[in-house]
Every structure is written in C-alpha cells, then in structure tokens.
Design a protein around this ligand. Structure first.
Ligand code: ATP
Ligand code: MG
Length: 369
C-alpha cells in the first residue's frame, strides 16, 4: 500500500445458520462503497466460530479467531449462533466470550423507523440509539437458592459500579455528539429529527436507590464534568417503567437512551418490535478500541440455506462498524441506500411481505452505492 494510504481490516465471523448468508451480503455492500465516501482500503479476514464449529472441533470461539481479531483487525462482523435447546457440556456462547475477551462493554442498538410502521399502522420517524451496559447488573449471575421456614426462596445479586456506569455514560454522550455530526451531513429539508441531541438516562432509583442511585449519579456526573457534553447535548431521566410506556406512545421523542444491562435488554427488544422485522435491526458490541457489528436476529434455522434471509440487519451492522471506526460518510451512504430500497418497496424479502431473495436486496443496496 502507498505511504499514508489508510486501510481498514474487518474480521468476518458468519458463524451459524443465516449468518453464513447475511455476513457475505454485508461484505458485498462494503466492497461496493465508492471511494469518495470510503477513503480507506478495505480488507477482510474470514474467521471461524459458532455452534457448528463447536460440534466439529470442541471449541466455539477458537484461539486463532481471537488472535486474528486482536492482531490484524480494526473491527469485526458477527453473524449469529444457534443456541442449543438443551445445555451442552463445554459449550459457551462465542459472542458472549468475544464481548469479555475484547472488553466490548456496551451493546449499542439503533432503532430506526425506515419504511416500517408502528403497531398502530402509523408512520413515524423513529431514530433512537439504545446503549446497554453489558458487563454487570444482574448478569453477574450470582444467584442463591435457600430453604426458609416458609419454603424455598432465591436471591440474585446485582452489581453496579462507578467504573462501568461511567464508561457507559461517556459512550452515550459522545455518541450523541457523533450522531449529531453525522446528521449535519444530511440536507436540512430531509432531516426528520429534532435539532438538539439528547441522552435519556434509564433507571429505577425510586425503588433501587443504592444500585440505580449510583448508576444515575455517575452518568449524571459524566455530563456535569464535561463542557462539550453540557453545551451540545440535553439530558433527561426516565424511570424504566415510564420509559417503556413513553417509548410505545411516542418513540420519536427519544434520541440516545442509556440503561443498565437488564433494563437495556428489555427495552431494546421492545424497541425492535416498533420497527417491524428482526431482519432489519442491527447492533454493535463496542469497547474503547474495538467494535463488533452483529445483527440482532439469531441463526434462523427455519429459513437458513434458502437465500431468503433479510440481509438488512447485517448490512446496517456493517455501517455501524464504519461509523465507530471513523468512516461516518460511508456509514451514512449505507444507511441511506438501505432506506431507499425499503421506501421503494419493490425489493423485499419474505419477512417484509415480499418475494425477493437475500441476493436481490443486497444487489439493490449495492447499486445505490
Ligand atoms: P436462534 O436459536 O439462533 O436464536 P431462532 O429460531 O430463535 O434461532 P431467530 O433468528 O431468533 O431464530 O429468529 C426468529 C424468527 O425470525 C424466525 O422465524 C426467523 O426465521 C425470523 N428471522 C430472524 N432473522 C431473520 C432475517 N434476517 N430475515 C428473515 N427472517 C428472520
Ligand atoms: Mg432467537
């Protein structure tokens, strides 16, 4: 490569089921990016992981894959893993392993209305980004079963730390500013969102005043301690129950939403229901120095191998990877190409009521790039 030419190396981990169809589709879209929006040279590394790989080799996330990610890659795309219906000895989810090993401490999920509609059939401009803290809360899985005088009872511990809350908060405010910068590239007449970025802090500190109190204080402290955030971003709070209510009543009122692990899990699945098919919803697992894009859907064994899986969730996940690695123009080009294909409505996979194939949708997006 010529001196000074930038390059971006992306690890591809299709894993199981439709992951093997939608990850190649995402790659095809990345390769179709024009050089004016994508100044870096892209290269790809094919990597193994998954349940099928585990069944053949006894390991779900091989060391070579981790070494390649840490050594050569700037980011990665992960397809999907089949979850075994019963507990399998020695098996643990490779995506969970990846999050731990690469310190991907936040799960970031955009919820965009595109051409889809809300449950009421009404079209709305939903454009929110949910940031879920991904390392602690109830997911530390410290549960105990006791025998009491009135029968059994069980207790679960919930960990909330200043450290994890602070970095989730930093991510929320910095992403609110980053989204704002990206939006400025779109003509004012086409903007469907409010002018000023906003972060909504989700908690339940009226009940859990110690744990959620610490979360709330810490995230608020991140905002209070940074002049750029205070000048550029508004902040508000929502108790998690009222968050759910408002999200279904007026989803267009939200921009960036930041939540502890368990609340984030629940509201992000609920939010996906606002925008239609699972096949549309992307996510990114994000740390300070690495990002793994991952469609929200699973391996979908019922439709695997038929070239009918919707590739849009994976394609949008690839765009999130670009956004996070500093290629916002390229990301924006992909988001807009996908929106155009959805709005035109002719080329849709069966999950959206169409008859097109995975390849048809992928090629339609590529043509617009
Ligand atoms: P897993 O165990 O991997 O989670 P699953 O059977 O739960 O598999 P999901 O992938 O979670 O399957 O999907 C749930 C439903 O949504 C399935 O009927 C699947 O076909 C459908 N679905 C999921 N992703 C897509 C997609 N990209 N395109 C079309 N349909 C999809
Ligand atoms: Mg599933």
């Amino acid at each position: 490569s010529s001196a000074g030419a930038k390059s971006l190396t992306i690890g591809l981990i299709p894993a199981d089921g439709i992951g093997r169809e939608v990850i190649p589709a995402a790659r095809q879209v990345l390769e179709a990016l024009a050089s004016d929006v994508m100044p870096a040279r892209l290269s790809f590394v094919d990597l193994d992981a998954g349940f099928e790989y585990f069944q053949k080799h006894g390991v779900a996330l091989p060391e070579q894959t981790l070494a390649a990610l840490k050594g050569d890659c700037d980011g990665a795309l992960f397809g999907a893993v089949s979850s075994p219906s019963h507990k399998v000895a020695g098996y643990s989810s490779p995506i969970v392993g990846l999050r731990k090993k690469m310190d991907l401490y936040a799960n970031v999920r955009p919820v965009i209305s595109g051409a889809a509609a809300t449950a009421s059939g009404e079209k709305r401009a939903i454009d929110m980004l949910i940031i879920r803290e991904n390392t602690e809360c109830l997911y530390i899985k410290e549960e105990e079963l006791h025998e009491g005088p009135d029968g059994k009872y069980a207790v679960a511990k919930r960990r909330i730390s200043e450290f994890a809350s602070r970095r989730a908060g930093e991510m929320a405010f910095s992403m609110a500013l980053q989204r704002d910068r990206m939006r400025q590239q779109v003509a004012a007449s086409e903007r469907t969102w409010k002018a000023r970025p906003k972060v909504t802090i989700v908690h339940k500190s009226n009940v859990l005043s110690v744990t959620d109190g610490l979360w709330r204080e810490t995230v608020r402290g991140v905002y209070a301690g940074n002049a750029e955030y205070r000048e550029g971003v508004d902040v508000e709070e929502q108790l998690v129950d009222s968050m759910v209510y408002r999200m279904f009543r007026e989803p267009e009122a939200f921009d960036v939403v930041v939540a502890p692990n368990m609340y984030g899990d629940i509201i992000s699945d609920g939010a996906a229901a606002l925008v239609g098919s699972l096949g549309l919803v992307p996510s990114a697992n994000v740390g300070d120095s690495f990002v793994v894009g991952e469609p929200v859907h699973g391996s979908a064994p019922d439709i695997a191998g038929k070239n009918i899986a919707n590739p849009i969730a994976a394609i949008r996940s690839a765009a999130m990877l670009l956004e996070r690695t500093g290629y916002a123009s390229a990301a924006l080009a992909i988001y807009r190409a996908v929106d155009k294909v959805l709005e035109a409505g002719q080329i849709r996979t069966p999950d959206l009521g169409g008859k097109s194939t995975t390849s048809d949708v992928t090629e339609a997006v590529c043509r617009l790039l």
